[in-house]
Design a protein around this ligand. Structure first.
Ligand code: BGC
Length: 253
């Protein structure tokens, strides 16, 4: 029987994180390792850091799940908002497989986090429309309808007040414009109300490091919206990528 401990990797604008995931428990089986994303984050430079990370985990399995901060279709990156433009058109799976000698299944990073949250976290058993939003360098989104994922939603790229939403309310935007938590919360509320008009989600789950501060900025979110923070915090992306890779190869867990 195939192992249910799979290596998950989460490529982000500032860090590349990875750990072996125990998919039956939905927990990390090894410590999470984080290496800096190279600058510039070109395909070859990132692949080399991923290879180093794989080595450091001591992973002996053959399958890797990789979450990546762009639209990913059939293993290929189709956008590059927070990563080097040279990624557009690059087959992530082939490139990382070449660098690591392992089989690779790639997906969007927010989709990975959303999948983990739906299977092991706050989205478990939730029917209807669930939207996970990751707040980090960019704004990522993962959309689920009755538990099924609609891949590659990009709700961080909606237009809001004439801005691309992630330039208006991401963590990068908060720092760049020196926002208070109140200022950030008010902007984030505008963003969520806009999404509510378009999508009427039954539940919105917030992920990414900044969701820890929800007790601060959450005060400014309209009470009619059903918003909660993710249960899995900084390992949702790793866990979801591993789960997705496993199920792509072996079918449902
Ligand atoms: C990208 C998304 C990604 C998100 C979080 C956005 O800029 O367009 O694909 O999920 O950042 O990394």
């Amino acid at each position: 029987m195939e192992t249910k401990n799979i290596l998950g990797i989460d490529v982000g604008a500032s860090g590349i994180k990875g750990a072996i995931v125990d998919l039956e428990k939905g927990e990390l089986a090894t410590e999470r390792i984080k290496l800096s994303t190279p600058k510039p984050a070109t395909p070859t430079a990132v692949a080399a850091v991923i290879a180093e990370l794989v080595e450091k985990t001591g992973y002996e399995g053959n399958l890797i799940g990789c979450g990546f901060p762009s639209i990913v279709r059939n293993g290929v990156a189709y956008s590059a908002a927070n990563i080097d433009a040279a990624w557009i058109g690059t087959n992530i799976e082939t490139l990382v497989a070449g660098a690591t000698g392992k089989q690779v299944v790639a997906m969007n990073d927010a989709d990975a986090a959303g999948l983990a949250e739906m299977r092991y976290g706050k989205g478990k058993g939730q029917m209807g429309t669930v939207l996970l939003i990751t707040i980090g360098s960019g704004l990522g989104s993962a959309l689920f309808t009755d538990g099924h994922m609609v891949r590659n939603s990009e709700f961080g790229h909606l237009y809001l007040q004439g801005w691309v939403a992630e330039h208006y309310v991401s963590n990068t935007a908060r720092k760049k414009y020196d926002m208070t938590w109140e200022g950030f919360g008010k902007r984030f509320n505008e963003y969520l109300l806009h999404i509510d008009r378009i999508l009427s989600p039954d539940l919105v789950i917030l992920g990414g490091g900044i969701s820890n501060e929800y007790k601060e900025f959450g005060k400014h979110i309209d009470k009619k919206l059903n918003v909660t923070t993710a249960a899995m915090f900084n390992h949702a992306g790793i866990t979801g990528a591993a789960l997705y890779a496993y199920e792509a190869k072996f079918g449902e867990l």
